[in-house]
Design a protein around this ligand. Structure first.
Ligand SMILES: *Cc1c(COP(=O)(O)O)cnc(C)c1O
Length: 397
């Protein structure tokens, strides 16, 4: 198997092999398959000379441990050769805020797509505004039209492909080529597809972020975030992480690595079941639209097909116009679909949402009440039966 420092040879393997073999230093792990969970702050130096020289692979718990090293190496193997480094954060939102603080300064302008994760917007409008960074929002379908919005002080463009409620698909290569021509960095929230299905660093993104709380963890049992950067952006990101003191707890680091080992098989099943449920829902009379870029009928399908190799289990549906109490009756009837935030675990979820509560650059008029579904690893026939019961109460309400 690949030794931890043999990155070139490892990169020639297929990605699902790399997910299994990367970051495993069998000798240092005393033969065990998995790394130890190192709970540690102080690292002792054997001599004063070693101390003065900061000699040794690990110097202080916050800067890294054998456990974080195993996870970072595996994430780098997943991202591919463009990845110069991966930072770890205690949540997906912390990964986003850390990346933004690392690259921006007072007086800068930031462009953010209007379908962005809502707490990201709150961070930009709140803390970043207080620190003298101006944020403006753009239509996710803007493409090269972003040229008109770039200012001399635009330092970064943040995209999310697709948006995790409304699923519009931005053209990342088009946005990146214009942003780079103006000297701006491109940041992508790649939580939906993960680097397994969307090679964002290869498509021109400089910093690729994941809420590892979702598919990397995969079991709804951790909060975690990752920041992958190319050679241009990594020095800034690494400095930001160091200055801010961002680090993640060892048990969560271990669980993130454990989740990563099985990401490929889990995501393949989420893709299959998600698409099957999306097609089934498209044919239901209660559903007027399914927002899922892997469906041929979706407006983002051509971009999805060009830039993605798979889809996850998260998509939305627009229901026939009915009062909220009919939607609530549907939700209250569901047994397999739980109601709750987050997604990416093994379980199916359903939540209502309304993008009008926060959008500023685009109009959101779906034509009916909207639900976001996460298709978990349950059997799809059971999930269909659960939704059929829900639709019966929706129709009766
Ligand atoms: C959940 C999520 C986040 C934030 O992740 P947390 O770990 O909950 O902080 C960021 N972006 C997207 C797209 C998400 O779905």
């Amino acid at each position: 198997m690949a030794s931890s420092n043999d990155r070139g040879a490892a990169m020639r393997q297929k990605v699902d092999t790399r997910l299994v073999t990367a970051g495993r230093d069998t000798k240092a792990q005393h033969g065990f398959v998995n790394p130890p969970v190192v709970h540690g702050s102080t690292v002792l130096y054997p001599t004063a000379d070693d101390l003065h020289a900061h000699r040794g692979e690990f110097q202080y718990g916050r800067h890294g441990t054998p456990t974080t090293k195993a996870l970072q190496e595996t994430l780098m193997a997943l991202e591919g050769p463009q990845c110069a480094g991966v930072g770890l954060a205690p949540s997906g939102l912390a990964a986003i805020s850390t990346a933004l603080l690392a690259v921006l300064k007072a007086g800068d302008h930031l462009l953010v797509c209007d379908n962005v994760y809502r707490p990201t917007r709150n961070f930009c409008n709140g803390l970043l505004a207080r620190y003298g960074v101006e944020t403006s929002y753009f239509d996710p379908l803007i493409g090269t039209g972003i040229e008109q919005l770039l200012k001399p002080n635009t330092r970064a463009v943040l995209v999310e492909a697709p948006g995790s409620q409304s699923f519009e698909m931005p053209d990342i290569p088009a946005i990146a080529s214009v942003a780079h021509a103006h000297g701006a960095l491109v940041i992508d929230d790649n939580t939906w597809a993960t680097p397994l299905y969307h090679r964002s660093l290869e498509l021109g993104v400089d910093i690729s972020i994941q809420a590892a709380t979702k598919y990397i963890g995969g079991h709804s049992d951790i909060m975690f975030g990752t920041i992958s950067a190319n050679a241009k952006a990594w020095p800034l990101v690494a400095e930001g992480i160091r200055l801010l003191g961002v680090c993640a707890g060892p048990d969560d680091v271990f669980l993130a690595l454990r989740g990563l080992r099985t990401l490929s098989v889990r995501l393949a099943q989420h893709h299959r079941s998600g698409l099957e449920m999306a097609r089934w829902l498209s044919a239901r009379p209660e559903v007027i639209r399914v927002l899922h870029p892997a469906l041929e009928s979706d407006p983002g399908h051509a971009i999805w097909k060009r830039d993605f190799t798979g889809a996850s289990g998260l998509f939305s549906i627009v229901l026939q116009p009915k009062p909220q109490k009919a939607v609530d009756a549907l939700l209250d009837t569901l047994k397999l679909f739980g109601m709750g935030y987050s997604w990416g675990g093994f379980e199916s979820l359903a939540i209502p949402f309304d993008c009008n509560e926060y959008r500023t650059a685009t109009k959101w008029a779906p034509g009916g009440p909207t639900l976001r579904l996460h298709i978990g690893l349950e059997n799809v026939e059971d999930l269909k039966a659960d939704l059929e019961h829900g639709f019966a109460t929706f129709n009766a309400a």
